[in-house]
Design a protein around this ligand. Structure first.
Ligand code: HAM
Length: 437
């Protein structure tokens, strides 16, 4: 058997680690600034959770779930998304007893059996938020703003935000029955799946990728014409809040998104620099889901962002490729007798917050210097028997090649000063570079 990662999966390799860490760190710090706390739920759940939560007639439940039986015959499913598990945890742990709205975020991998292509995987990562326990349109605006703020914060520019209202459980049935009637007149033009959808759940025709079905949709009535007063007022208020913070958006009446749980506001951010899989993130309100899972009536809203697509868009927009992890200081020990001292000094630097490394393959001095370069070291410390005897080490500036002897008992403070100076110089260079016309 060829030992390869399964189709639709991939490895994050060391030179991508920095970009991944940055996405996660930015998410954690920004989401917490908006008052969201992290929640971690299991990678698999009872299959029933997703069937009930996402909807039996959705593409995800019908075709894309990784479902298996465990050794006790239980049907389990690798999570295809994060909302249903978070709502399950919210109910199971009675999180509604804390002040509302309960604001949560998550980072984790999701699984969907889709046809792999650029930006579409079978195991992919999402960062997402869910805010539960408030129907305030300002919360819709906060969640949408947070999505856009995050994407802008990590450096993306070519973004378009689409928003829509899907109505509520009062007004949507009227739209659904109207669209069912209208679609009935175009049966011959629809794909086989969509013919079935007319009866089962005509809103799912909106998810169909076939060109023919898309052109039929153009002739259908729009949900915006069917909103009840309360949904129309809610949507108007959401737009007003968004305008207050100068977030530009486009109305997209076809944005129903592929889950049955959505009510009222839905939204999606797409990137102009990606191809077919251009949705970076999206979400919406799901005011009925908590109740569907047996809880009290609870309004809620959230979104999820696809990590791989964000990284792809960043590399397209800024040519941002791999960024290897760098070492600030490389300690080149010369001769076996200096290695124990070197090992102790390495630990000391690391406890003092300096990133430092040394050789573990018995390399010559020349090879150690090459390795220091490859690791991006700013300084290399040279420690041989002469230095040991004198109680010093040699600090070499890798940029200028200048060397200086520093007493062992002073080297940490001296190194910190030198590193600080280098950082200031590089900031100043950046400033001058950007100030040029
Ligand atoms: P979603 O639109 O299915 O929503 O997924 C959110 C994002 O995950 C997409 O915009 C895309 O960037 C990424 N994504 C989806 N499928 C794949 C895939 N196969 N490969 C790579 N990336 C993918 C949800 O999952 C909802 N739970 C969002 C939500 C939260 N709604 C309310 N709260």
């Amino acid at each position: 058997m060829e030992l390869k990662a399964p189709r639709g999966t991939y490895d994050v390799l060391p030179d991508q680690a920095k970009s991944w860490n940055k996405l996660e760190e930015n998410a954690m710090s920004l989401f917490e600034r908006y008052g969201y706390a992290r929640i971690v739920t299991p990678t698999f759940e009872h299959t029933e959770l997703f069937k009930r939560g996402i909807g039996e007639s959705t593409e995800i439940v019908q075709k894309e779930m990784y479902t298996f039986q465990d050794k006790s015959g239980r049907s389990l499913t690798l999570r295809p998304e994060g909302t249903a598990p978070v709502v399950r945890a919210y109910l199971e742990h009675n999180l509604s007893s804390s002040p509302l709205p309960v604001k949560l975020y998550y980072i984790g991998s999701m699984f969907r059996y889709e046809r792999p292509q650029a930006g579409r995987y079978r195991e992919f990562w999402q960062v997402g938020v869910e805010a539960m326990g408030s129907e305030d349109p300002a919360l819709d605006a906060e969640v949408i703003l947070l999505l856009v703020h995050y994407l802008q914060d990590i450096g993306l520019k070519d973004l378009t935000l689409y928003i829509n209202s899907m109505g509520c459980r009062e007004c949507r049935p009227k739209f659904v029955s109207e669209i069912r009637k209208e679609l009935g007149g175009y049966v011959d033009e629809l794909c086989e799946d969509c013919r079935r959808r007319i009866e089962q759940n005509p809103l799912r025709v909106f998810d169909c990728k076939s060109k023919q079905c898309k052109s039929v949709l153009q002739k259908m009535p729009l949900i915006s014409d069917y909103l009840c007063q309360s949904c129309a007022d809610h949507f108007l208020a959401v737009k007003d809040f968004l305008m207050e913070v100068n977030i530009s958006f486009e109305l997209n009446p076809y944005l129903v998104r592929g889950f049955d749980y959505y009510t009222k506001t839905t939204f999606e951010v797409v990137s102009g620099s990606l191809g077919a899989q251009n949705a970076l993130g999206g979400g919406g309100r799901y005011d009925g889901l908590v109740q569907d899972f047996g809880g009290p009536p609870t309004a809620a809203i959230g979104f999820a962002i696809g990590v791989e697509r964000v990284l792809l868009a960043l590399s397209k927009e800024r040519g941002q490729g791999s960024q290897p992890v760098k070492t600030q200081v490389f300690l080149a020990a010369l001769g076996a007798e200096s290695r124990p001292t070197a090992f102790g000094l390495l630990y000391k630097m690391r406890t003092e917050g300096i990133s430092a490394d040394m050789d573990y393959l018995g390399r010559s001095l020349k090879s150690q210097m090459k390795l220091a370069h490859k690791r991006g070291a700013i300084f290399t410390l040279l420690l041989g028997s002469d230095e040991l005897a004198k109680g010093v080490l040699v600090v070499r500036d890798m940029e200028t090649g200048l060397q200086e002897e520093v007493p062992l008992d002073e080297f940490i403070s001296s190194l910190k000063k030198k590193l600080q100076k280098k950082e200031q110089d590089s900031e100043e260079n950046d400033r001058l570079l950007h100030a040029q016309p």
